[in-house]
Each structure stands twice: as C-alpha cells, then as structure tokens.
Design a protein around this ligand. Structure first.
Ligand SMILES: Cc1cc2nc3c(=O)[nH]c(=O)nc-3n(C[C@H](O)[C@H](O)[C@H](O)COP(=O)(O)OP(=O)(O)OC[C@H]3O[C@@H](n4cnc5c(N)ncnc54)[C@H](O)[C@@H]3O)c2cc1C
Length: 385
C-alpha cells in the first residue's frame, strides 16, 4: 500500500500552494473588511481553472480526478473562505447535477460557462421547513403543457446573489417523499424567481447566501435534469462530492491553523521562555497534528475511493466530512487558545478562521446526519477490512 500522492498531484499541490499564497491570500483582510472579493482575485481563480477542477476537459474543465480536486481545494482552504464558497461550491453542488444527469444540450450550454467561472451555479434544496429532512421539501413543480410551474421557497442558498443558473429541487409528485422530487435548471432572471437579500452569517463575508422565492415561475420542460422522480438521488450524488471536498477543506484549513499555532508558540515568550517549551503546549500541538493526520488519511481515502469505478463512496464521503469537521473545529479552538488575547482579537486571522470553519458541521448535511450514515455502515454485519 502506497500512501504517497502520485507525482503529478505533488506538483499540482505545490503549484496550488504558490498560487494561493501569491494571488489570493494577500486579499484576505480586505475581503473581511469590505465583504467583497476583488475582481482581480476572481480573474485569477478563473485563469487557474478553479471553477472547473473536476469538470471534464471536454466541457472546459481541468478534468482532475476527485483526489486531484481535493488536493487543489485543500490549498484553497488556506485563504479566506469566500473563495471556497465561490469556486469550490461551484465545483461540487453548483455544477454536478448537470454533469451527472443533464442532456447533451444542457451540458454543452452550461458546463463550459460554469467551469470557466463566467457563470456561477447554485444548488437549491434546503427550505425553511425542510433542512436535514430534505425529502420533506414543499416547493412544487406542476406540469403545464411544455413547461413546469414552480412555487415555493428555498433558503441559505450559497452564491444565490451572483448565480446565473440554479439547480432547483421540487416535488413533481407531492404524495411521495424522495421519489416525488425532480431537478430543474432555472436561469437567474426567469420571471417568477426572486432572489432575497443576502442572509447575515457568522462568517464568510464576501460570499452571498440568500433565499429564493418561486411564484408561478414557468420553466421549460426541457430544463428538467434527468427523469421525473430522480431529483433526490441526484441531489445526494452531488452532496457526496460536497462532503468529500469539504473534508479536504477541513484538512487545508487545519494545516494553516497548525502552522499559525506552531509559529506563535515558538516565538511568544512568557515566564522567560517560548510557550512551546511548556509540555502543556507541546502536547496540544501533538494532539492537533495527530488529529489532522488522521483526518487527512480519511479524506484521501474517500477521494481515492470516489475515483474507483463502480465503488459506492457515499459512506466514505460522509465519514470524511464528519471526521474533518470535528477535527478542524478542535484545531481552530486550540489555536485560538494558544494565541490567547491575540487569537480572540481581530489583530490576527485566527478568530476569522475559527468562525469560518464552524460551518462544516452544518452545511451539505450536518454532523448528526453524517453520523446517521456512518452508523448505518457500522451496524452492517462485519466484513474483513
Ligand atoms: C453557510 C451555509 C450555506 C448553505 N448553502 C446551502 C446551499 O447552497 N444549498 C442548500 O440547499 N442548502 C444550503 N445550506 C443549508 C444546509 O444544508 C442546512 O442548513 C443543513 O442541511 C441543516 O438543515 P437546517 O439548517 O434546516 O437544520 P435542521 O434540519 O433544522 O437541524 C437542526 C439540528 O437538528 C439536528 N437534527 C436534525 N435531524 C436530526 C436527526 N434525525 N437526528 C439527530 N439530529 C438531527 C441537526 O443536525 C441540527 O443540529 C447552507 C447552510 C449554511 C449555514
């Protein structure tokens, strides 16, 4: 068994690291202050192919494997989370529905635009009354001649204020739960679709999350993605990618935090010696390193499994997100503690990252829902591992 990354991905990692340090991270403070990613940084993301990491080269993407995509996103996690929301979310839930189940015409029309970042995609599943229980959505899509008429509300939709196209999940059969859900492509500006004001969040300044309201919104029947009733399965396939890539985000963010913690513990002197000279601090660093290393292996295994033809990577993606989200939260909190007052103040990036990483326990399925999936796997009859 070889745990090393292949040579081409080691090169990709080095290139991505240099790209993030040179072109993105210098804007972190300004993004936090202004709530805007500078146009020059968005242009840099586009030039580097960050909107289409995992989109096939035929459709204008870089055509990276899932492992390669995760290697790139792990580096993107070392700068402001607004970049990840814009480009990273586009790579997974924003565009994957079309790639998995779209017609050739839908793929040709949308994928090159999404992979280049000329158009941003958003994924609209959650509703005010249906979050974890996504099969309970109430947004309706009623067939009317050569169109569907959508009515309902979605909430917390990442990139809604800037998206050019939405994958919207709605009930075509209100009597069924998951089997009654279908997916639709809805272009921004379609009459009957209103994007609400951005919702204030704990972190992620510079990204937009908003409500969508559909009021007799007519969508051509040819905009349905896949067959009627297959929308829920499609959403879950998109979320598998969301989960494994968020696990890579957790690894990258924790690597950044650990680097900050070691730097601070080595240079800050109290009682006449560096903090790191105290065993209490040294052991905290060891625990952070150990948890990070374990989460990195679980994340890499899920990405690797995803790339194996015919494999069911869904439980591995859930496990990777559960482990990563928990790990990065603990690493962030320990880093803030090692920084003391400087960690709690806005003088260092630590408090920002601490707030940013909290979200991974909530979006793309909460840690409790990940536990339900992991428990299903754990409670199966044992097999030789
Ligand atoms: C920043 C951000 C961005 C988001 N982006 C998007 C997006 O782009 N598209 C989209 O569709 N959605 C998006 N979401 C929504 C997100 O997916 C939901 O918030 C998430 O699925 C949880 O749903 P909820 O908030 O309604 O919580 P609820 O489902 O109400 O859950 C509340 C709490 O109860 C727990 N819980 C629920 N059921 C169980 C159970 N059976 N057992 C144990 N515990 C349970 C949950 O884990 C949680 O802790 C985003 C959310 C955030 C915060």
């Amino acid at each position: 068994m070889d745990f090393r990354l292949p040579e081409d991905l080691v090169r990709l990692q080095a290139e991505m690291r240099a790209f993030v340090e040179r072109e993105l991270a210098p804007h972190d403070s300004a993004i936090e202050r202004t709530g805007q990613i500078p146009d020059s940084a968005v242009a840099a993301l586009r030039r580097r192919g960050m909107f289409g990491l995992n989109t096939s080269a035929d459709h204008g993407g870089l055509g990276l494997s899932m492992l390669g995509t995760c290697v790139a996103l792990q580096e993107l996690a070392k700068c402001h989370i607004a970049y990840y929301y814009l480009a990273g979310v586009n790579v997974h839930i924003g565009s994957k529905g079309i790639e998995f189940a779209g017609t050739e015409a839908q793929k040709r029309r949308w994928l090159p635009e999404l992979a280049s970042g000329r158009i941003i995609g958003a994924f609209a599943l959650t509703e005010p009354e249906a979050g974890s229980d996504a099969a309970a959505i109430a947004t309706m899509a009623r067939r009317d001649g050569d169109a569907y008429v959508l009515n309902g509300r979605k909430t917390y939709i990442t990139n809604a204020p800037v998206a050019g196209v939405f994958t919207v999940y709605a009930k075509t059969d209100p009597t069924a739960r998951s089997a009654g859900i279908s997916a639709f492509l809805v272009e921004a500006g379609t009459p009957g679709l209103t994007v609400g004001e951005p919702i204030g969040m704990l972190a992620g300044h510079g990204s937009g999350h908003a409500e969508l309201v559909f009021t007799d919104c007519r969508v051509p029947a040819e905009n349905r993605i896949g067959a009627e009733g297959q929308g829920f399965a499609l959403a879950m396939r998109c979320l598998d990618i969301g989960r494994v890539t968020w696990s890579a985000y957790c690894v990258g963010a924790a690597e950044k935090l650990l680097e900050l913690a070691i730097g601070r513990a080595s240079t800050r002197h109290q009682f006449g010696r560096p903090l790191i000279a105290n065993q209490g601090i040294e052991w905290q660093i060891a625990d952070m390193h150990a948890a990070l290393h374990a989460a990195r292996l679980v994340s890499r295994e899920a990405a690797w499994l995803y790339d194996q033809p015919g494999a069911d990577a869904s439980p591995a993606c859930a496990l990777a997100k559960l482990v990563g989200a928990d790990m990065v939260w603990k690493v962030a909190d320990a880093t803030l503690q090692i920084f003391g007052g400087a960690g709690y103040s806005k003088d260092t990036p630590v408090e920002r990252i601490w707030r940013e990483v909290r979200v991974v326990r909530i979006l793309d399925g909460t840690s409790e829902i990940m536990r339900k999936i992991v428990a299903r796997q754990a409670l199966r009859p044992p097999s030789i591992a």
